[in-house]
Ligand binder design. Structure first.
Ligand SMILES: Nc1ncnc2c1ncn2[C@@H]1O[C@H](COP(=O)(O)OP(=O)(O)OP(=O)(O)O)[C@@H](O)[C@H]1O
Ligand SMILES: Nc1nc2c(c(=O)[nH]1)N=C(CO)CN2
Length: 199
């Protein structure tokens, strides 16, 4: 019998959320990339998705080909009333399209990429070649996901292994982390106010 939910590990409320990663590296101008990510958050908010918090934007070298323009990346924690993560993925794809994403070759420069990193600790293998994998199968190896994710979810754990985010980050090589740094600007004003202690 298939088991869609991870049952052997325990996660508390701080660890059980919906996390999406945002990325953009085209057209390469810092201001435009910031606008792309900001616009994406606005579009998600118009589709019955609440942005609970969002990391700072991070400037990260393009992986695996650093000769491509660098990315602006961020991770947001969201709330969504739906039950089926495939429906949420459909909304993410719709927003990518509205933001001008054209799918060509793998890892091609893009105006917007939205990945579903974790859906309430659910563990799911893809049912088809392009089906949804949960958690995102490459998230644990990506500094451009883990570093922003830690800002908003310092207690997050991998739903499959239970490894804490600090452990996952410590496993990244120096090369993986090289050149990743927070960029200026605030993508989500409410998170920023919260961090500064305002009500
Ligand atoms: N958790 C997930 N988040 C986002 N896409 C996923 C996920 N699991 C499976 N996919 C599927 O992966 C396919 C490739 O997605 P996409 O074109 O955005 O890849 P990519 O961003 O270039 O590379 P990567 O998947 O390594 O980030 C899509 O068909 C998408 O539905
Ligand atoms: N720095 C960085 N590199 C990438 C990214 C990304 O978001 N940031 N996304 C990719 C495919 O999803 C491939 N490479």
């Amino acid at each position: 019998m298939s088991m869609p939910f991870q049952q052997s590990l325990c996660f508390n409320e701080a660890q059980r959320g919906i996390f999406i990663a945002l990325g953009a590296n085209r057209p390469y101008r810092r201001h435009t990339l910031f606008e792309n990510l900001h616009h994406a958050l606005q579009l998600l908010s118009q589709r019955e998705i609440s942005i609970l918090s969002c990391s700072r934007p991070w400037r990260t070298p393009a992986w695996p080909d650093p000769s491509q323009p660098p990315f602006l990346n961020a991770v947001a924690r969201i709330d969504w009333a739906g039950e089926d993560p495939a429906n949420l993925m459909q909304i993410l794809h719709e927003v990518e399209t509205v933001c001008g994403r054209v799918r060509s070759v793998r890892n091609a420069p893009r105006t917007l990429d939205l990945d579903l990193i974790d859906f309430k600790t659910r563990v799911q293998a893809p049912k088809t070649a392009h089906g949804l994998s949960l958690p995102h199968p490459r998230a644990n190896d990506r500094a451009f996901v883990l570093l922003p994710l830690r800002e908003i979810a310092p207690h997050w754990r991998c739903p499959v292994s239970g490894a804490f985010i600090d452990t996952l980050i410590s496993r990244l090589s120096w090369n993986d982390r090289k050149g990743c740094r927070p960029a200026g600007g605030v993508l989500h004003a409410a998170t920023h106010r919260l961090k500064r202690g305002a009500t």
